[in-house]
Design a protein around this ligand. Structure first.
Ligand SMILES: [Zn+2]
Length: 216
């Protein structure tokens, strides 16, 4: 169990600690699968490195949101409108680092401190479009959904190695367990780094969106 003191613990290490070779996980990944368009995985990599290393493979985003564009583009349609939306956990959890700028670079998601070994669930009905071990993101899952007629993708990172319960192409339902909370990749405590983005791939703060759409 995590106690309140854990909130003060940084959930990621500075990218510099890992050296340039480990900042982009795509080059050496043998277990990464992607449905549809392949793109470079950058996980929690600071925005500054995007312009040098992998940015040319991504569609140009709106300038105001440049810092929040990551890899694993949201290009795959879910088979149907989701019947409901829920949170990544079946109960309220503490939030660590929020969305936005931080010391290590732009944080493209939120860190949800549910504690070790807590099951993580899909936030909506959808189709798994990416799984693997993404380096900084550790073991991750990407799921595409249709909510309100719009394609939206959710990305979950740092699962326990070997704990994934879904694979690419699999149809999932809201609340279905997809893996177990861990600290693989660039993480110092067990948590889920959670991202949301539409087809433009620009990450946005998932908390207001979940507050507006999700229930337990
Ligand atoms: Zn994070």
């Amino acid at each position: 169990m995590l106690f309140i003191g854990a909130m003060a613990v940084a959930t990621s290490l500075p990218a510099a600690a890992f050296g340039p070779g480990s900042q982009l996980g795509a080059a050496n990944q043998s277990h990464t699968q992607v449905l549809g368009e392949q793109s470079l995985f950058v996980g929690d990599v600071p925005a500054a490195s995007l312009s040098r290393d992998g940015y040319s493979v991504l569609k140009a985003p709106a300038p105001a949101r440049t810092a929040s564009v990551g890899g694993y583009n949201c290009t795959v349609d879910a088979p149907a409108e989701s019947t409901r939306v829920t949170w990544p956990y079946d109960h309220p959890v503490k939030i660590g680092d929020g969305f936005g700028p931080r010391a290590e670079g732009f944080h493209k998601g939120v860190d949800m401190l549910a504690g070790a070994d807590t099951p993580v669930q899909s936030i909506a009905d959808g189709v798994v479009f990416a799984t693997g071990d993404g380096g900084t993101g550790g073991v991750f899952v990407g799921i595409s959904h249709t909510v309100g007629g719009q394609r939206i993708c959710s990305m979950y990172m740092h699962f326990v190695e070997g704990s994934l319960r879904v694979s690419v192409g699999q149809i999932v339902t809201a609340g279905q367990v997809i893996g177990i909370t861990g600290r693989t990749g660039n993480a110092t405590v067990e948590h889920t780094h959670f991202e949301l983005y539409y087809a433009d791939n620009a990450r946005f703060d998932p908390i207001p969106w979940l507050n507006a759409h999700a229930s337990y």
